[in-house]
Design a protein around this ligand. Structure first.
Ligand code: ZN
Length: 231
């Protein structure tokens, strides 16, 4: 983490010093080095509620396309899909916390919220030696109590593909492609086959427009660097 921030910082100072607006941004995640062209758009695809039997294929699709995403996993599924989680991390994706048993976090007591979050932190640590820094609240529901119960960064979304509601992959892809803009966080779910099939349309179409697929944490860093470059 510190090494990564250090590299970003160096990159940032270098960019500011040179005042070159199209110098690539270099991100170093795990074993993966990612180079981002700041003159091209970026998007952070996110997947909630998994892992599931479809997640591995999503991971393959991402890899084939040099794309990275963020998976907000449900803790009680982690053990059964430990292999999938390890591939997720090894391939340079980000893993976030989406509670342990998908309870409505903002409606629970402080202690129960903490328990739901900590159980998932612990199981990811013991299964994959990974510690998430992000929380996607269940049902996108946030209140003061939830904010006060966790140190994790709460992440919502800019575009809801409605893959939980729309029945066809074409409709999901159409909605996504009609809404996504540079810098957006996109909500999807890796528990439906239609989401996987929609992704097979969405990723190539966005790539065609020059989009680069990054994780949520990377998106935040890239936005900061881009901001600096404008100053
Ligand atoms: Zn959910």
């Amino acid at each position: 983490m510190f090494k990564k921030l250090f590299i970003i910082l160096i990159c940032c100072i270098f960019l500011t010093a040179c005042n070159q607006k199209t110098k690539p941004i270099v991100l170093n995640t795990n074993e993966t080095v990612k180079v981002i062209d700041p003159s091209l758009p970026v998007v952070a695809l996110t997947f909630d509620d998994g892992p599931s039997k479809y997640t591995k294929e999503i991971l393959e699709l991402l890899k084939e396309n040099d794309a990275y995403a963020t998976f907000f996993v449900v803790g009680n599924k982690v053990e059964a899909y430990s292999n999938t989680i390890n591939i997720m991390i090894k391939n340079g994706n980000e893993v976030g916390n989406h509670s342990y048993s998908h309870k409505w976090l903002s409606r629970l007591s402080n202690n129960s919220i903490k328990e739901e979050i900590n159980l998932t932190q612990n199981i990811l640590k013991s299964t994959a030696n990974y510690t998430p820094t992000l929380l996607r609240p269940t049902y996108g529901s946030v209140n003061k109590k939830l904010r006060g119960s966790t140190d994790l960064k709460i992440v919502l979304w800019d575009v809801d593909t409605k893959d939980w509601k729309l029945k066809s992959s074409e409709a999901i892809a159409k909605r996504a492609l009609g809404s996504i803009q540079d810098g957006d966080i996109v909500l999807m779910h890796d528990i439906y086959e239609r989401s996987l099939n929609a992704l097979k349309i969405i990723i190539p179409a966005l790539k065609e427009k020059g989009y680069q697929f990054v994780t949520v944490s990377e998106l935040k860093e890239i936005n900061l660097i881009k901001q600096k470059m404008k100053e």
